[in-house]
Ligand binder design. Structure first.
Ligand code: NCD
Length: 307
């Protein structure tokens, strides 16, 4: 594997191999000195054309835990502001000598283009509404630790703004690769117009599915991508799709709660649910570092298992 651009490119065995490697790296992170020399001498650059908190810091932490050198590119303070194209920016960075480029871009397919232009490995850290493969892997990893070894038969509801969410697409693909059954729960306007061939069912009423699911995976409404009036009002949306404490109480006692962040605490997901005993939200963030270590190691490491 040279690049990680899409979960579509990974079969079940490939996903499982990455998650097994992530297990080993999670053990490394629990050590007194949470660091291995696996990528010493390698350089990883993050190229983020869109805002990010956890994904960028998580990749940079992962690279450092593997002893790689890191470079970070922030569009706001770069020559992009002077009109430099993506191609020129990428070629300039490559000329400094890098091994992997972690790319987030508002245009779907941008990381695929970058992968055609440079010799380094490219990792998609979120491209438009398309995919966010490492988020999907860390979600699958987190759920597998609680439901493993496989997710066969596990019922997952992905709730909210499916239409605008690259996380929904990647995570749905990754969960189903491991045998889970995914239902998208959203108003009709927030479901993609065409779901041809996607291995999902659709429900419009959250209250109908609450009692049957093993995982409630909540998404943020991406107001910055809504563009047109797809929702009458956010208040009405939250009244029907918010994961309130009252709704959480109607789930099975062992139903897990997940969220990729950033969260809108309160209307979207109640604070007592996020911080409750069935919430995996913080663990998702911790596990993200181990999973990204596994991805970096698989792409630019010297092969084989470490740790
Ligand atoms: C998401 C993203 O940027 O795709 N966040 C993330 O990476 N964990 C989802 C979002 O912005 O709501």
């Amino acid at each position: 594997m040279k690049h990680l651009l899409s979960i579509e490119d990974l079969d079940r065995a490939a996903v499982e191999a990455l998650l097994d490697q992530s297990d080993a790296f999670l053990d490394v992170l629990a050590r007194d000195i949470p660091k291995v020399p696996a990528l010493r001498g390698k350089t990883v650059v993050s190229l983020f054309y869109e805002e990010s908190t956890r994904t960028r810091l998580s990749f940079e932490t992962a690279a450092k835990r593997l002893s790689a050198d890191t470079m970070s590119f922030a569009v706001g303070s770069s020559s992009v502001k002077k009109g430099e194209s993506l191609l020129d920016t990428v070629k300039t960075i490559e000329a400094m000598g890098i091994d992997a480029m972690v790319v987030r871009h508002h245009a779907a397919g941008a990381p695929h283009r970058v992968a055609q232009w440079i010799d380094a490995s490219v990792i998609n850290a979120g491209d438009g509404r398309h995919e966010h493969p490492t988020q999907a892997l860390l979600d699958a990893f987190t759920l597998r630790r609680h439901r493993g070894p496989s997710l066969d038969g596990c019922r997952v509801a992905i709730i909210g703004d499916i239409r605008n969410s690259r996380v929904a697409r990647s995570t749905m693909l990754c969960f189903t690769r491991l045998g889970a059954r995914v239902t998208f729960v959203a108003p009709p306007t927030l479901i993609p117009e065409r779901l041809d061939g996607w291995p999902v069912t659709v429900a419009h009423d959250l209250d109908d599915v609450l009692g049957e699911i093993d995982v409630a995976y909540v998404l943020r409404v991406q107001e910055e991508r809504l563009g047109q009036a797809l929702l009458p009002t956010l208040r009405e949306y939250y009244a029907r799709y918010g994961l309130t404490a009252e709704r959480a109480a109607r789930m099975k006692p062992d139903t897990f709660v997940m969220h990729p962040g950033p969260m809108i605490r309160g209307p979207e997901i109640a604070t007592e649910v996020v911080d409750g005993p069935r919430s995996l939200v913080r663990e998702q963030v911790t596990n993200g570092v181990a999973v990204r270590m596994a991805v970096l190691w698989s792409l630019i490491g010297s092969g084989g298992h470490v740790a």
